[in-house]
Design a protein around this ligand. Structure first.
Ligand code: AMP
Length: 188
């Protein structure tokens, strides 16, 4: 199990769990949101372009995101495996990831969906807004991010399920318990 995708709505705890899981599996956790945020804080051209989409709770255009992931996956540390957090998020990104991996005769081993209660998610995001001060954690933007997730990303679970790759894991409760469930789902 070394080429993995973690799916789930904003606030599901993907970032935290991706780091835990990747650490135990000895593979890099690759978060497109983190890469975008790093670019925003460094003031790069990519960051300036991405920021207006992020601030509005919209997805950054596929061409930009795909090119960034292609670059990241070409880095030596991702050669033997990775855990993608926040990518793919659209059907076009799924297709692009298929071709990135297919070019090297590779494919995904599993896609994990972290399932959560939507009310709980909004609460978590508002709390995170207080702690981290992320500019896209205001209530209207949170609502938009959830809408975009359900419109554009939730359908990917069916797509991966039809390929026999999907594993659903309950993301509610203690961080450590969720990590245990995730590891069990991967090994089971
Ligand atoms: P995240 O940290 O995963 O919640 O991502 C924060 C924001 O970055 C999202 O709301 C999008 O604006 C942008 N973003 C991250 N990943 C993607 C992606 N795969 N496709 C498009 N936009 C993305």
């Amino acid at each position: 199990m070394s080429r993995l995708v973690l799916l789930g709505p904003p606030g599901a705890g993907k970032g935290t769990q991706a780091k835990e899981l990747a650490g135990s599996l000895g593979i890099p956790a690759i978060s497109t949101g983190d890469i975008f945020r790093a670019n925003v804080s460094e003031g790069t051209q990519l960051g300036r372009m991405a920021q207006r989409f992020m601030d509005a709770g919209e997805y950054v255009p596929d061409e930009v995101t795909n090119a960034m992931v292609r670059d990241r996956l070409a880095a030596p540390d991702a050669a033997d495996g990775f855990l993608l957090d926040g990518y793919p998020r659209t059907v076009a990104q799924v297709e692009e990831l298929d071709s990135m991996l297919g070019e090297h005769g590779q494919g995904l081993d599993a896609v994990i969906e972290l399932t959560v209660d939507t009310d709980e998610v909004v609460k978590r995001l508002l709390k995170r807004a207080e702690i981290e001060g992320r500019p896209d954690d205001t209530e209207p933007v949170i609502r938009r991010r959830l809408e975009v997730y359900f419109e554009q990303t939730a359908p990917l679970t069916q797509l991966y399920d039809s390929r026999g790759l999907l594993r659903r894991v309950d993301g509610m409760g203690d961080v450590a318990d969720v990590t245990k469930r995730l590891l069990a789902a991967l090994h089971g």
